[in-house]
Design a protein around this ligand. Structure first.
Ligand code: CO
Length: 213
């Protein structure tokens, strides 16, 4: 059996098992999705969103990329954000990074000249490092420096969400969503909370919108 064939066999077994447990499972799900959560996570194969929080299909709208970033010029994450907030009306947005993140480690190293696109993606994390360079460099080990930048990156991404018109409009008119920054431990499988921004949280005025020009 080829490795990919295992996935297809497992899929048939999973679908059959679901129907045994709940005969209407797929019929009900096929009608619509009404997830309460948007999850922005790292693409790392060891941090599968639904599995680590024991969620079922239909519960979480998921976007994953290298090092769980929210970048204003990235149509992918921004369109996911717009759809989740304006159409699905999610109540919570969770940015979930993880310790020992390969994207963060790479951002702390010199740029590999062959990884031209990855370099562009990670340059934003280098910027976060530079903002917090003094704090990070005071840590004793590279392990600690990586994991502190993991945390600072998650916190920065939550703030970036609050800088979007999408989130500011939803906060103003519908008092949602709550923004969360979480970090997952690869060693113990446990999630810790780093930051929570409820609707109406203060946003630095340079990120606010105005009609006065
Ligand atoms: Co990662």
């Amino acid at each position: 059996m080829k490795p990919f064939e295992k996935l297809l066999i497992e899929n048939k077994a999973w679908a059959a098992e679901k129907i045994i447990q709940e005969p209407n499972f797929f019929n009900e799900l096929a009608k619509e999705q009404t997830p309460d959560f948007l999850w922005i996570g790292c693409a790392d194969s060891r941090v599968p969103a639904e599995i680590i929080v024991n969620a079922e299909p239909g519960e979480i709208f998921v976007h994953r990329n290298i090092a769980n970033q929210v970048i204003a010029t990235d149509f992918n994450s921004q369109s996911v954000l717009q759809y989740a907030v304006d159409v699905l009306k999610v109540k919570h947005i969770i940015v979930c990074g993880h310790y020992d993140c390969g994207g963060i480690k790479a951002a702390l190293a010199r740029q590999r000249s062959d990884l031209t696109l990855v370099n562009k993606w990670l340059i934003h994390i280098k910027d976060i490092y530079r903002l917090h360079q003094d704090e990070i460099e005071h840590l004793e080990t590279q392990f600690e420096r990586i994991n502190r930048l993991v945390e600072l990156n998650i916190i920065e991404q939550v703030h970036r969400l609050s800088h979007t018109a999408i989130v500011q409009n939803a906060w103003k008119h519908e008092q949602r969503p709550v923004l969360h920054g979480w970090v997952y431990g690869l060693n113990d499988g446990v999630i810790s909370q780093l930051i929570t921004l409820p609707p109406g949280s203060h946003v630095n005025s340079i990120y606010q919108f105005t009609d006065e020009h």
